[in-house]
Structure formats: C-alpha cells, structure tokens
Design a binder for this molecule. Structure first.
Ligand SMILES: Cc1ncc(COP(=O)(O)O)c(C=O)c1O
Length: 395
C-alpha cells in the first residue's frame, strides 16, 4: 500500500544510525554511545526540585488538558528568562510546545510551501532540512568561514525571490559554533532587508564555554524574529518534551504567523500539564546545576578535542558551546565516504558516532559528529579505540 511522497525525504541520521548499532549489540558486544545529545542518559540528571515539581503536580491532580498556548504562568516565566537575554516579548508572544522539535514543525508548517526556500547554516541539525522538505520547500545551506562565522557573501548570493526564512542555531548542533553579537546583527540586518523570517534556535543558550553568549533578542529590534527554545538540554528534561516559540513583540510583520501558529497548537490540544508546572520550577528555582554542567562539559570537550587533534588524519575545531565535536576525517582510499567510516568504526570498535553527511551533503561530508557527554574515562577509552582504529592497517 502507498505512503505519501511527502515523507520520503524525511530522515534523522542521529537516530537512523541506531539500526546498525542494534545489529552490533545482538552479537553480545557493548557499544560506547557517542551519537545522541541526551545529557540525561549520561551523568547529568534532572535537578531534584524540578523532579519534585513534576511529582507534586501529578499527585495533586494537575493531570488535565490545559490551554493550547501553554500555562500562563509558564509563559510569564519564559518572558522573564528571554527578556534577560534581550528579547522583547510578553506572555502573549509565547507558545509552549512539545519540545523545540514541535515548535520547529509548527513554524515551518506556517512558513514553508512548495517552491519556497529556507536558508540554514551548513552543516545543519537534520530536522531543519527534513521539515522544510516535508512542507514542500527546499533547504539551502550557507557557508561558514573557517573561524565559524557566517559567510555573508555566500549567504547573500543564495537569497532568491523564493527565500522565506533564515535559520540560526547558536550554539550550534553539530559544530558547537556560537555566533557573536556582530554576526547576529549582520544576519538580522540581511534578513530584515529581504523580508525573511529569522528562526533562531537557542536550545543550548547556557552551555557556552568560551566567550559570551549573545541572544538574538539583543540585536532583534523590530525584525521578524521567531525564537525557539526549550528545557531538554539546559534543564535536563529531554524525555519530558517541553519547549516554546517566542515572537518578537516589536515586529508588526509577524501578525499573520502570530495568529497562525496558535491554530496549529489548538489542533494538537495542549502540551503536558505536569511537565509545564515542572518547567516553571526549572526557570524560577535554583540554577546551580548549570555552571556545574558547563565546567564538566568544558573538561570533556578539552579532552576530546585534544585527543582528536593528536590523530594525524583527523582535525577538529574547538566547539564553543553545546556538547558536540564535528571533526574532519581524511578518508584516504580506506573508506568510501563518511558513513562507511562511521559504520566501520562501529563494527570494529563499538564506538557509535554519526556520519557528517547526515548533517547535509554540502558541508557535512567527510566529517563525523561526536557527543562528548560521557565521563572522561569513557571518552578516553573511546578515543583510544578511535585512534587505534584510524592508525590501524587498512583491511
Ligand atoms: C539545535 C537543536 N534544536 C532542537 C533540538 C530538539 O529539542 P527538543 O528536545 O526540545 O525537541 C535539538 C536536539 O538535539 C537540537 O540540537
């Protein structure tokens, strides 16, 4: 029986690769998982006060459907956070979603149609391209300079009358790049000049190791900025699925989408009420897990980047935020492509990473992505295995 053509190009390399890992595990061998960016699967645990808020909500019968836009009190707490980062919003400009993933889906659903294009920095986090394709559009990647800044000339050359939006993900998945104030301002100016929506994903906003994080709000002024953010990474609530969309309140051009997205939210009824109450506790409660997380991650990043750059056929930029490294590999004649490399690495050593081409064939190819969330001892073991594998004899 037929399935829709629309879904044929939907892919998510980060999870698609797990099919191969399951095969490997069937043979009784153990895998070192460096593929999924879920800190809660490692030694980063949801803070107790957030867990307690969830438990209290469930036991006090907060178990019903809630407003489609989200709990008003949570929307107010989100305003407090995002205003501190510089964005101009009120609770009416916030809509709570089932993770950033749903927020991204609703945003693309509202903006993209056939024959439209969406710009995104290459390499990209796969759902950005998948949702654009799903809604009939075309993802268009723009280049980054070697020091990780947007290549403005390349970006401008790719704007056409069909371009609808410009995506920014900072800190970035998979590269760990963080755009500075100047780059963000340049991107916002270009988008405003060409009447493009600016879709900015700041899910890793507090996970920055070097230098300052600048929120898009700091440069947004009256531009059509749609901010996506959530609780998965910084508040260690991956499995609870909670995120949000914010619309710059200074921008009158956002009026149509401001009315459209809540319609989509009403169709899916609401998000999880106990989790929304826990999210209020996350935003308004103690924040001390964040600096602890950042310093643990910094040590793990330093270890991984140092070890990677000691391997002669691998080179890796220093990621400034999030928890991913995106090394380049010289494939020589030993591996056909980066996916072959990643599968060979898995089959020979049990180390599971993700092939770079899964993050876009233009800029992801010849790379692989490593999640450096595990403890140092495990990362060291994985790096030993990787080094031995890469330096080993060709088969
Ligand atoms: C850039 C980016 N946006 C969104 C997500 C997904 O977020 P959520 O768990 O809130 O759906 C991820 C997860 O890895 C991500 O890296």
């Amino acid at each position: 029986m037929k399935v829709s053509n629309r879904t044929s190009e939907v892919e998510y390399a980060i999870r698609d690769i797990i099919v191969h890992a399951r095969e490997y595990e069937k043979s009784g061998r153990q895998i070192i998982y460096l593929n999924i960016g879920d800190p809660v699967k490692y030694d980063f645990k949801t803070p107790d006060h957030i867990k307690q808020a969830l438990i209290d909500s469930v036991s006090h019968d907060f178990n019903y459907y809630t407003d489609s836009e989200g709990l008003y009190e949570l929307r107010e707490a989100i305003v407090e956070k995002e205003s501190r980062k510089g964005l101009s919003i009120t609770a009416e400009d916030v809509l709570v979603t089932n993770g950033v993933s749903e927020g991204l889906d609703m945003t693309m659903a509202s903006i993209v149609e056939s024959n439209t294009e969406v710009l995104m920095p290459g390499p990209y986090y796969p759902p950005y391209a998948s949702y654009v394709k799903f809604y009939g559009g075309r993802p268009v990647e723009f280049k980054l300079t070697p020091d990780g800044k947007p290549d403005l000339e390349d970006l401008i050359s790719k704007i056409t009358p069909r371009t609808r939006a410009l995506c920014i993900i900072s800190p970035n998945n998979p590269t760990g790049e963080v755009f500075d104030h100047k780059s963000l301002k340049q991107l916002v100016d270009i988008a405003a000049e060409h009447s493009l929506y600016i879709i900015c994903d700041e899910i890793y906003d507090s996970l920055v190791f070097d230098g300052e994080f600048t929120g898009i709000g700091k440069v947004a002024k009256d531009s059509p900025v749609i901010l996506l953010n959530g609780f998965s990474k910084v508040y260690l609530m991956t499995g609870w699925r909670c995120g949000y969309i914010c619309m710059n309140s200074n921008c009158s051009k956002l009026e149509n989408i401001r009315n459209n997205i809540p319609k989509l939210a009403r169709v899916r009824i609401s998000t999880n009420l106990p989790v929304q109450r826990a999210a209020i506790a996350a935003l308004r409660g103690p924040q001390d897990h964040i600096p602890m997380m950042v310093s643990k991650l910094r040590r793990r990043r330093d270890l991984v980047v140092k070890r990677l750059n000691q391997i002669s056929s691998i080179s890796c930029n220093v990621p400034k935020g999030a928890f991913y490294a995106f090394p380049k590999i010289n494939l020589s004649s030993r591996w056909k492509n980066d996916k072959h490399f990643v599968l060979d690495l898995l089959n020979e050593t049990g180390v599971l990473t993700v092939h770079g081409s899964g993050f876009g064939s233009n800029f992801g190819t010849d790379h692989f992505r490593i999640v450096y969330l595990p403890q140092e001892q495990i990362l060291d073991e994985a790096m030993d295995k990787l080094e031995h594998f890469v330096n080993g004899p060709a088969k």
